[in-house]
Design a protein around this ligand. Structure first.
Ligand code: B1M
Length: 214
């Protein structure tokens, strides 16, 4: 078995220490951070996701797999992000109300930080009011909403409405993403940018901030 297979296998068993150790081993072997993320960590999480869907594993197993994934991201973070870049803009990020999934959101945050953006992470289960208050307080350029459930993605519409009602929608970019989100959903709720993955979310955010400061 390759180190990437080991990472996937340990992640599925929720063995956080072994996942982190094998991520470090893969880095030492010269594997790219991207392949470790996609072919090791995310591959393992996708297998767990499929088993979860077929009721072959349940919430506790998925939860410990998620913890193991987060442990694997720790040694990977410095390699996913470049360092020493000057802050280019301010981003507020959170997983929307009712939704507790945070791994994708954490990846988006890491990639954005790596591109020199200052990111304020509101965590999970974030209400529209909280997004609005934080954007106001931090004078954000971009608000990023993540959702993983078809039942919570509709909360993104409330976030967009919340900014309209507060009178601060103009000049603010609202970005949305997460597995059930599509470009047409983004347009239908009046958000500005849909990104399918963390790397393109970071690229899009940098483009917005660079355009603003040009
Ligand atoms: Co949940 N869960 N879960 N779960 N869970 C899914 C999402 C599900 C697809 C599983 C399944 O049935 N196959 C399903 C949703 C079905 C649906 O709505 N259509 C589901 C369900 C049903 C549930 C519960 C309702 C289960 C229950 O209790 N009966 C429950 C809901 C709890 C709640 O949120 N209120 C629940 C609970 C959980 C756990 C707590 C156990 C755990 C989350 C732990 C955590 O996040 N700390 C969990 C997990 C881990 C998953 C799966 C297995 C993995 C999600 C993940 O982290 N993927 C997931 C199945 C799957 O995806 N295969 C599943 C890895 C991550 C890197 O990908 O988050 O998609 P993702 O992020 C991607 C992109 O989407 C994008 O970038 C990332 C990649 O670069 N992205 C953005 C994400 N946010 C973005 C924002 C952006 C741009 C891009 O801009 C702002």
């Amino acid at each position: 078995m390759s180190t990437l297979d080991d990472i996937s296998a340990f992640l599925q068993k929720g063995r956080a220490n072994e996942v982190a150790a094998n991520v470090q081993k893969a880095l030492d072997e010269g594997l790219s951070a991207r392949s470790i993320l996609e072919e090791g960590l995310m591959a393992g999480m996708n297998i767990i996701g499929g088993k979860f869907k077929r009721n072959e594993v349940y919430v506790p197993e998925v939860l410990i797999a998620a913890r193991a994934m987060n442990a694997g991201l720790v040694p990977l973070k410095p390699h996913l992000v470049s360092s020493g870049v000057k802050a280019r803009g301010k981003v507020i990020i959170g997983t929307v109300k009712g939704d507790l999934h945070d791994i994708g959101k954490n990846l988006v945050r890491m990639m954005m930080e790596g591109k020199g953006l200052e990111v304020v992470d509101l965590g999970v289960d974030v209400s529209s009011d909280k997004f609005v208050a934080a954007a106001r307080e931090h004078k954000a350029d971009i608000v990023c909403c993540s959702a993983l459930l078809t039942t919570t993605m509709t909360e993104m519409k409330n976030v967009v409405e919340g900014f309209r009602t507060a009178g601060i929608r103009e000049g603010l970019t609202i970005m949305v993403g997460g597995a059930p989100i599509t470009d047409s959903f983004c347009k239908s709720i009046g958000a500005d940018i849909y990104s399918a993955d963390a790397a393109s979310a970071a690229d899009a955010a940098v483009a917005v901030c660079d355009k603003k400061s040009a």
